[in-house]
Design a protein around this ligand. Sequence first.
Ligand code: GLV
Ligand code: GLV
Length: 304
Amino acid sequence: MYKIVFTDPIYPDRAKKIFKKQGILFFPKNKKQLLKETKEADALITLLSYSLDKTRINEMPHLHVVGNYAVGLNNIDLSFCKKRKIKVIHTPKVLTRATAELALTLLMSLARRVPEGIELCKKGEFTGWKPDLLLGKELKGKTAVLFGKGRIGKETAKLFKAVGLKIEWIDRSSSVSEIKTTLKKADVLSIHTPLTPETKHWLNASKFNLLKKEVMIINTARGPLIDEKALISFLKNNPYAGAGLDVYEFEPAIPKELSKLKNTVLLPHIGSATHETREAMADCLFEGVLKALQGKSPWNQWKG
Ligand code: GLV
Ligand code: GLV
């Protein structure tokens, strides 16, 4: 029997079904219990908001499998896991479509000022059709630059193409001059790359200087990919630009300055939040963790 500790109650019924008699599952109710249970844990199942750093890993001498209920692994000290030969399992592929659909949702909401329209209606301030009420931007024929050509980037490109956007790519291997010329063309800039020490603050003040004054920035990846302070000052200085964000630099904190701006659409990190996807994430994670505990290499094991 493997001892499997959950930092949070993630689909307990689906977990029980998959681990059956092969695992004893623990759902600690507080930090103290969690610390106690993880001392003996063979596997730990975590959320992206749980920072699994060296200190915590060292408190778990028996740990040999970590299951992260996310595709992004920036909350985990991966090199230390590698050193300790801890296998890391995550949830790629199953959330690609949901995340891409949310990127399109953010873009269309921003372009057509959907949150402002909703607010007007709900406050009872809609007083009749007007020629200039909430004029937005059309997407057809405009250029979307996508940073990151992984699964989510590619799926987002498909959806963006369907609304008539032309697609241009940059990624971590693009040259400085390539990045410069491409960013200058962007009517939309959408970010789809993992957060690593190298990509932190990728979109910084010097890149903002290259962008058009009416660019629409979409981030469904990780908050710290954008220097949030630089973003706020760019949005303040360029009211025809805008940002559709699902993630924040200091999540869950959202700076007041950002939420007060009219040219932002803000969502609470719900990229993968559909019933279908969250269930599929749970199943592939639990199946992967069980296989890894049994000494196999599941398809969704981080290979870094
Ligand atoms: C969500 O942000 C994820 O990484 O799965
Ligand atoms: C993205 O990284 C995915 O797994 O879809």
